[in-house]
Design a protein around this ligand. Structure first.
Ligand SMILES: Nc1ncnc2c1ncn2[C@@H]1O[C@H](COP(=O)(O)OP(=O)(O)OP(=O)(O)O)[C@@H](O)[C@H]1O
Ligand SMILES: [Mg+2]
Length: 272
């Protein structure tokens, strides 16, 4: 058992986290913290290791060394179910919905990952199971309403526009009543208007549900707006480059250099 040596008020404590994939050190000695109810961003050029950090927090990948604590308890070695029960939920950079199912069914599935009745009770439809079904339906519709998708409840997920699918992913992630919500590029592929709607939505969720949130995002306007009262962590080549307020980050020469390097590489690799 790990020693609970996080600071009071810290929901997430990452200490000296490292992961190697063969010869590639995707995350290098990373330490970061998240306070209860705080929303921070994790940014960095492509391949910096941002998604890998989420994969380590949710134990999809095994850390080479280091520690990750949720409320002082180690998450390392826990199964996906245990991670979910501990209160961690995420969305994916590459949307992972059940494409043939409706929006409602996708959220309902998320709710069933924490059932309050047994399979046998569900089978013989005991009053408790029936009450739970009604409750599930109500909760699923509430979640869809929260992300402004109630009118799309019966739409097949794959037929929904990309921006709406991203919202649906958020609703599904919320279905497990997380304490810590990890959003991996929620604004990817969105235009400016959609980004503004998304900012409002994430803010509203943050305020209403009191989640602690980490947002990975490339849209700088979204990052700066969401974190205007909090902090941003910047990763580069797996290591923490710096962390600070949006103003500090925007004016940090190291950050500018890391991003300029990315643009230069993109130009050099661009087809003629
Ligand atoms: N399962 C894996 N096996 C081997 N290498 C991996 C694996 N997952 C990630 N990597 C490597 O780790 C590094 C970090 O990747 P990661 O996906 O975390 O970057 P990222 O910061 O999320 O980038 P992007 O902004 O493009 O999404 C990259 O070099 C990537 O190729
Ligand atoms: Mg990524």
């Amino acid at each position: 058992m790990s020693i609970a040596n996080n600071h009071p008020g810290e929901v997430l404590t990452i200490k000296n986290l490292t992961v190697d994939f063969g010869g590639v050190r995707a995350v290098n000695n990373l330490s970061m913290t998240l306070l209860a109810g705080e929303m921070v961003a994790l940014i960095g050029p492509n391949g910096a290791g941002k998604t890998t950090v989420f994969n380590l927090i949710t134990n999809a990948f095994k850390a080479t060394s280091g520690e990750i604590l949720l409320n002082g308890k180690s998450v390392l070695g826990k199964s996906p179910d245990e991670i979910c029960r501990m209160g961690i939920s995420r969305t994916f950079q590459n949307i992972r919905l059940f494409p043939q199912m409706t929006a409602y069914e996708n959220v309902e599935l998320g709710l069933h990952s924490t059932p309050h009745y047994s399979l046998a009770e569900a089978f013989i439809r005991t009053p408790r199971a029936r009450r739970a079904e009604i409750e599930t339906r109500k909760k699923a519709l509430e979640l869809l309403e929260m992300v402004n998708l109630k009118d799309h409840a019966n739409a097949q997920a794959s037929s929904m526009p990309y921006g709406l699918q991203r919202r649906l992913e958020i609703a599904r992630a919320m279905a497990t009543s997380p304490q810590l919500l990890l959003l991996d590029e929620p604004a990817a592929g969105m235009n400016e208007d959609e980004c503004n709607d998304l900012i409002n939505l994430i803010r509203q969720i943050h305020t209403t549900m009191k989640y602690s949130i980490i947002v990975i995002e490339h849209h700088m306007a979204v990052v700066m707006e969401l974190c205007k009262d909090s902090r941003i962590y910047v990763l580069s080549l797996g290591s923490l480059l710096t962390s600070g307020t949006p103003t500090e980050i925007q004016n940090d020469p190291q950050v500018i250099k890391a991003y300029l390097g990315e643009r230069k590489n993109a130009r050099e690799n661009a087809p003629a």
